[in-house]
Design a protein around this ligand. Structure first.
Ligand SMILES: *Cc1c(COP(=O)(O)O)cnc(C)c1O
Length: 387
């Protein structure tokens, strides 16, 4: 396996990131905000009619919130803390959706008092909380989808309900004085199978039709969540292809008269813009005759690379060292044997790699800083810099 910079970054961009990286001590992530701006523009160009709600959990840095605020983005928020942060950057509540279906009644009240009027739900208990704490608000119901085998980081099972239950909840929402506004789904993060959107949209269509004919309720919105791809080792279709296909699925089911469409990208907007820079702590072998080398780096599962769990996300790892590649196990610096990033999937790194050499983990702008532990083994949280 040999990773080429040009498959991931424009030469000028990488040069700029590398020049900055050379001035800092590892580990850290350097993020090029121009790449985020470009990714946002590309998404808007692909889905001209859609409203974008950035999933803040992917990377909650104020630099990113400010950039997307100025570009007119809306925000998908999961907690009162994210809410305070985003509103603290001057985002108004009409641009915010409370997208977490798991929330305390008092947190719903907090959102309501701050002016938020758009809520996700997937259970009766939560819906009743919303009716009480956020009266008259718009609600959308999240349905279960089955994209877990083709998504590298599935978000299934825990969230969403069966479509029949979604019907019940939307009818109940109306009875409780809320606005039954729409349906949402998330096909799983880093979803490599575009066809999964087809079956999800078909399920939504059934809900729209049944509510209209049987209950006189006209839904107005489809929230298609995230799932759009970043550039990792396993290549995906281009975002353009995703957009073309998904729009075709929408038009097949809804014709030209589309309801309001919401997208909630996290990974696809941010991931590609980041390079995580780490240093090799040690290279070791486990026996006199072992051919397999262990490469221990100063970043690991607890300092930003939790998505390597089960080797789910395979980040491209690049080094300046030239030389013959040989298979390695890559592991982090902590005293926890779970802190091994790649063992089964064979990464190759040059035989002359040694302590002090740097490793560059590409496409690490999303779900790294926000997942980093606070003080495990005393290691500080992952630093990040925004160019
Ligand atoms: C995490 C999350 C997203 C973002 O998903 P990506 O695959 O990173 O784009 C969007 N919506 C909801 C509700 C989420 O929980």
């Amino acid at each position: 396996m040999s990773i080429k910079v040009e498959d991931y970054y424009a030469p000028d961009t990488f040069k700029r990131m590398k020049a900055f990286a050379d001035t800092q001590e590892t580990p850290f992530v350097v993020i090029d905000t121009q790449m985020i701006a470009q990714a946002y523009d590309d998404l808007r160009a692909g889905f001209e009619f859609a409203k974008v709600y950035y999933a803040v959990k992917a990377n909650p840095a104020v630099e990113i919130i400010d950039l997307l605020r100025d570009k007119g983005s809306n925000f998908d928020i999961a907690s009162i803390y994210e809410l305070d942060k985003v509103m603290g950057q001057g985002v108004t509540p009409d641009r915010i959706s409370y997208g977490n279906t798991i929330k305390k009644a008092r947190d719903v009240r907090y959102f309501y008092e701050k002016g938020v009027r758009l809520y996700a739900t997937d259970s009766e208990a939560d819906l009743r909380n919303i009716a009480k704490a956020a009266p008259g608000s718009k609600v959308y119901v999240r349905i279960l989808t089955d994209g877990s085998t083709s998504a590298d980081w599935p978000l299934s099972r825990k969230f969403g309900c069966n479509p029949d239950m979604a019907l019940d909840l939307l009818i109940l929402a109306k009875q409780l004085g809320l606005v039954p506004y729409g349906v949402s789904f998330h096909v799983g993060s880093q979803q490599r199978d575009i066809d999964v959107w087809d079956s999800a949209i078909a399920k939504v269509k059934v809900i729209f039709d049944r509510l209209k004919t049987e209950d006189g309720i006209t839904l107005q919105m489809i929230n298609m969540g995230g799932g759009f791809p970043a550039n990792y080792i396993q290549r995906t279709n281009s975002l353009e292809t995703y957009a073309q296909e998904i729009i075709r699925f929408l038009k097949e089911d809804f014709g030209d008269d589309l309801p309001e469409i919401i997208l909630e990208p996290g990974r696809s907007l941010i991931a590609n813009a980041g390079v995580l820079v780490s240093e090799v702590v040690l290279v070791a072998r486990k026996s006199r005759t072992s051919v397999e080398r262990w490469v221990y780096t100063d970043v690991g599962k607890f300092s930003g690379l939790i998505e390597t769990t089960d080797e789910s996300i395979k980040f491209p790892v690049w080094t300046e060292k030239k030389g013959e590649d040989e298979e390695v196990v890559i592991a982090g610096p902590t005293c926890d044997s779970a802190d091994i990033m790649y063992e089964n999937y064979k990464y190759g790194l040059p035989l002359n790699l040694a302590s002090g050499d740097r490793l560059y983990w590409f496409s690490t702008g999303a779900y790294t800083t926000s997942y980093s532990a606070v003080e495990f083994n005393g290691f500080p949280p992952l630093k990040s810099f925004y160019l």
